[in-house]
Design a protein around this ligand. Structure first.
Ligand code: PAF
Length: 296
């Protein structure tokens, strides 16, 4: 049977009507929220969604409320036709691509905050960012009424915030974290890698390499704080212009950790600037969870 072509919907009303039809036929629904500029990391989310759900919606919305002043909202790469072709190729069923007015009506005041989790690491460097993310994701989940939603572990803090929010607000969608897809040299795929020059691209894998080395040293008994200082030195020596943070934290609460405890899952997160790009990455401290995943 030839697959049905991808349908593009622009309004919440159309999306809900489509989901109602699917539900009437007992079909399960998955949502993959994106801001477009799709790469293999996003396609891995779509594939996981398709293997879990009968019908898959990919949303494409460059959410202005999660960009701070001076960030790259205007420059963020946009190419809906290319993104639509990519997800159609995977067999997704609906592309939900609303305009800003559809997602944020005049006079709206309600926001979703996830205090604590949204104030550290990325949140400390991008004030308001996670309020923008949590609010738009809550809206997308409410519009799609999906059984399952899929997010990349590349944005690990975002994933933890969404898990907390969905739990706290009793949103009946199961959240799945999907492993980061990396280039062969370890660089995590990101829409913002497009900003790197050839020379910067050669430096960029040092971020992942540094995190891997930290994980090994932490498991071997190194102090978390000391390892963070060493990693900053290593990254700037490799050519990064500055390091916003590099931190060993509890994998769920994101609280700082100094001492390795095999019974307490830990994660190492970092953000560093390289030319026009600000790269983020993270890995599990457990060596078992860091198996290489790359596009080939
Ligand atoms: O990870 C992203 O692309 C965005 O933060 C998300 C989850 C689509 C919300 O705008």
């Amino acid at each position: 049977m030839t697959p049905k072509p991808l349908v593009t919907l622009r309004t919440g009303r159309e999306l809900r009507a489509r989901v109602r039809e699917w539900r009437a036929s007992n079909l399960s629904v998955g949502l993959v929220p994106t801001m477009g500029a799709l790469h293999e990391g996003h396609l891995a989310l779509v594939r996981t969604a398709l293997s879990t759900c009968d019908r898959v919606i990919v949303s494409l919305f460059v959410n202005p409320t999660q960009f701070g002043a001076g960030e790259d909202f205007a420059a963020y790469p946009r190419n809906e036709a290319r993104d639509a072709a990519l997800i159609a190729g995977e067999g997704a069923h609906v592309l939900f691509a609303p305009g800003v007015d559809e997602m944020f009506a005049e006079g709206e005041v309600t926001e979703v905050h996830v205090p604590g989790l949204d104030a550290v690491l990325e949140g400390a460097h991008r004030p308001g960012h996670f309020t923008g993310v949590a609010t738009v994701v809550a809206k997308l989940l409410n519009l799609a009424q999906a059984d399952h939603a899929f997010f990349g572990k590349k944005d690990y803090q975002q994933l933890q915030i969404i898990i907390r929010m969905v739990d706290d607000l009793c949103i009946p969608t199961e959240i799945h974290g999907v492993e980061t897809v990396r280039e062969k040299d370890g660089l995590a795929l990101s829409s913002r890698n497009a900003y790197l020059t050839e020379q910067e691209r050669a430096i960029a894998p040092a971020l992942h390499a540094t995190l891997m080395q930290m994980a090994e040293e932490f498991r071997a008994g190194g102090d978390g704080g000391r390892l963070e200082l060493n990693a900053r030195t290593r990254l700037t020596a490799a050519g990064f212009a500055s390091v916003d943070y590099v931190a060993v934290v509890d994998a769920e609460t994101l609280a700082s950790l100094h001492v390795y405890d095999a019974m307490r899952p830990a994660r190492i997160l970092a953000a560093a600037k390289l030319g026009r790009a600000r790269l983020i990455d993270n890995i599990s401290v457990s060596s078992m969870e860091n198996l290489p995943i790359n596009p080939d």
